[in-house]
Write a protein that binds this ligand. Structure first.
Ligand code: ZN
Length: 238
């Protein structure tokens, strides 16, 4: 078990942690700010700094066997810490913040585009969502304008937990779902952008939509009779 500090505060850039496991799969800590790849969001990269001044580069972060096990994957050739070492775990914040901006933007895309989400991916500086929408109903300029209006309105994005039973009893809570929420743990994490979008999501998000900054729909691809892929990038490359 790893305490997932990014879940309660996505803006944490580093934390003190103890190394609790090291093997060929990766380094496990008792607590971490590193987000493991999941839900279309890439895993964090960053550094682990030891008390003696040495540091090693973490190239990627993945989920381990358990729901709350996080594997910090060292860059090739990096030295490995020992179990019991105290480290400062620091993510590459500039990259993560861009991922948070794009991730939060994709929630707005769900609110703007009608139709079920069939897939999605977040990358550094761009993102995409696939929708089950027939025909040529989607317009690049119109979606871009509506997204930028929701961004400029600076809506709050609020994470909270609801019980499995409440989610099952109130399916209207879930407007869009790219993946079934992970039930069976007693509770599901919800991201609420009040009046705009509400969906289960375990990723990292901004506190307010205004931080996303201007975006544009760069293309809408036809990926089959019923499948349209909407590709988003930050306007001006920012
Ligand atoms: Zn999300």
């Amino acid at each position: 078990m790893t305490a997932l500090l990014f879940r309660e505060d996505a803006y944490l850039r580093d934390c003190e942690a103890e190394v609790v496991g090291v093997d060929e799969r990766g380094i496990r800590l008792d607590r971490t700010v590193f987000y493991p790849q999941g839900g279309g969001q890439p895993g964090d990269s960053g550094k682990l700094r030891l008390g003696d001044g040495r540091s090693l580069v973490i190239a990627d972060t993945r989920k381990g066997d358990g729901v709350e096990e996080v594997l910090h994957i060292p860059a090739p050739g990096a030295f490995l810490p020992s179990v019991g070492d105290t480290v400062t775990a620091a993510i590459d914040w500039d990259r993560r913040y861009r991922l948070m901006r794009m991730h939060t933007c994709l929630h707005l895309v769900c609110a703007v585009v009608p139709g079920a989400v069939t897939g999605g991916q977040i990358a550094d500086g761009k993102g995409r969502l696939d929708f089950d929408v027939p025909g040529d109903a989607l317009d690049k300029a119109a979606i871009t304008a509506r997204l930028n209006a929701l961004i400029a309105a600076d809506h709050p994005a609020v994470p909270r937990w609801i019980g499995d039973e409440e989610l099952a009893a109130r399916p209207e809570l879930v407007r869009t779902m790219s993946v079934k929420p992970p039930t069976g743990q007693g509770r599901v994490r919800i991201i609420d952008i009040p009046g705009v979008d509400l969906q289960p999501c375990g990723g990292t998000h901004l506190a307010r939509t205004g931080e996303i900054g201007p975006v544009e729909v760069t293309k809408i691809e036809n990926k089959g009779r019923q499948n349209r892929r909407i590709v988003i990038a930050f306007a001006g490359g920012g």
